[in-house]
Design a protein around this ligand. Structure first.
Ligand code: 13P
Length: 253
């Protein structure tokens, strides 16, 4: 059975002490009411939190992720953080291909493919984001955009490597806007994505791939989104910064 996952993307929020306090609160919550066997929670924090938050999480099913990594192994890349460093801080996951990295920092498909390869080489699980901007949806090319993101950024992987990846569909027009994709829009795209994975790998791989929805997902709409057959959880931005809101989203799994 494929994993159902809620991942919080803290983005550039939370000073260190605040982040540790939030992680401890979340850990206490799931210590008192444990996650079901096939459910997981991932906290994707800023780099400086990784080590402390990893230590703060003691409950099974909870893990830490970074929000980016460099595509090189090591060397003269001032200000950058390698996949090996992330892994050494206790993190098991990394978000790659987020639309904010693509648009604000110019990360393109080939760079993301290199980052993905480097992350997997270091034993990280990749949460790979794809999704169209509003103009692309209005033009009716949203399926083409998502297909390109996956073909260029992920489908160079072999089957074994791909099995270490989670896909996150994040329509850019829904990120931080309060406008959520409807359950039907999410299901339609997730079903399309699973079909692409089946064509590229196999039906079994497609059935085992976790596909998350991201974009203004909150406690009040999580249940109707997660109820769809191909929506296996969420990648949560703003609502992941509040313990009760975030834990209620997890409960919707
Ligand atoms: P919001 O939940 O704030 O819309 O952000 C979604 C997101 O970008 C998660 O990666």
């Amino acid at each position: 059975m494929r994993k159902r996952i809620v991942a919080g993307n803290w983005k550039m929020n939370m000073e260190l002490t605040e982040g540790i306090a939030l992680a401890k609160d979340i850990n206490n919550h799931f210590s008192a009411s444990p996650l079901k066997d096939n459910c997981e929670v991932i906290l994707c924090t800023p780099f400086i939190h990784l080590s402390s938050v990893s230590s703060a999480l003691t409950v099974s099913g909870l893990s830490v992720g970074a929000q980016n990594c460099n595509d090189h192994k090591s060397g003269a890349y001032t200000g950058e953080v390698s996949a090996a460093m992330i892994r050494s801080a206790g993190a098991l996951n990394v978000i790659l291909g987020h639309s904010e990295r693509r648009t604000l920092y110019g990360e393109d498909d080939s760079l993301l493919a290199a980052k993905t390869t480097e992350a997997l080489r270091n034993g990280l699980r990749v949460i790979f984001c794809c999704g169209e901007v509003l103009a692309e949806r209005e033009k009716g090319i949203h399926f083409d955009v998502v297909k390109r993101h996956l073909e260029k950024g992920l489908f160079m992987l072999n089957r074994e490597e791909f099995s270490k990846c989670i896909i996150a569909y994040e329509p850019v027009w829904a990120i931080g806007t309060g406008v959520t994709a409807s359950p039907a829009q999410a299901q339609e795209m997730h079903h399309f994505i699973r079909g692409l994975v089946e064509k590229q790998y196999s039906k079994q791989v497609a059935e085992e791939t976790t596909i998350l929805y991201g974009g203004s997902c909150k406690a009040s709409n999580a249940a109707e989104l997660f109820a769809n057959a191909d929506v296996d959880g969420g990648l949560i931005g703003g609502a992941s910064l509040m313990k009760d809101e975030f834990c209620n989203i997890v409960n919707a799994l």
